[in-house]
Ligand binder design. Structure first.
Ligand code: GLP
Length: 234
């Protein structure tokens, strides 16, 4: 893993954008995208740029089960709002939160197989989850319905009016699906991500720390601010 420590989220997002552009110059056609507060500024940088994404296909990591694409809390809605409505893409894929479990998992795995991801953008949960692959997720997992753990529900409740409204399940690409991407950029900002970042990079590779699976990938770039990188020893 290559680690870049940047001044702040804006500088980190600019760095990620530069790398993204390089990949496009090298022929990248498929981006894996993420939601959450982490990639928001990257999407801002993308929409403010004059880069043309109309030849790029995007595949998002995950979606809440039970939310429709029009639901303002859904990840489809987030992507439309922050990126797709401002920058046309060739085709955009987000799991359908209302679809039947087995059919949707199969459909999405097929989408990924048919559109191999050149560059995957990732954030990280405070418990080191990637996508919605919570601790204990198999490194051999593909897209499936997963249960969210209490700490994730707790972190995500700020986006909902009541805690009871936070969905308890999601469709998520698996760890294996993520590791198939040719290149991965993981961003993390803020103190509350420091422990997850330290474990991901310097800890043992274990299913208890989902992001540690990235140590097995040959082409991972980690972009953090000082706070998120503050517990790194090397
Ligand atoms: C959610 C998403 C992840 C994201 C994580 C961190 O659980 N499924 O893809 O990385 O939250 O979110 P944030 O960037 O808001 O800290």
């Amino acid at each position: 893993m290559k680690v870049f420590i940047t001044k702040d989220k804006r500088a980190g997002s600019q760095k990620a954008f530069d790398l993204m552009q390089q990949e496009m110059e090298n022929g990248a056609k498929v981006f894996g995208l993420a939601t959450g507060s982490t990639p928001e500024v990257l999407y801002e940088v993308m929409t403010e740029s004059d880069t043309d994404f109309s030849d790029i296909t995007s595949i998002n990591l995950d979606e809440y089960v039970g939310l429709s694409p029009e639901d303002p809390q859904s990840y489809r809605y987030f992507m439309e709002k922050h990126l797709f409505s401002k920058k046309p893409f060739k085709k955009t894929y987000v799991p359908d939160g209302l679809a039947e479990e087995t059919k949707e998992s199969e459909r999405y795995n097929k989408v990924i197989a048919e559109n191999p991801i050149d560059l995957q953008i990732l954030g990280i949960g405070t418990n080191a989850h990637i996508g919605f692959n919570e601790p204990g997720s198999s490194f051999d997992s593909e897209t499936r319905k997963v249960a969210l753990v209490e700490s994730t529900i707790e972190s995500n409740k700020v986006y909902f009016e009541n805690e009871e409204d936070v969905p308890r399940y999601a469709f998520s690409m698996g760890i294996k699906s993520i590791l198939k991407s040719k290149k991965i950029i993981l961003m993390a900002y803020g103190k509350n991500k420091a422990e997850a970042i330290q474990k991901m990079i310097e800890g043992p590779v274990t299913e208890d720390v989902p992001a540690s699976a990235l140590q097995n990938h040959p082409n991972v770039i980690v972009i953090v601010d000082e706070e998120a990188g503050s517990l790194l020893n090397r």
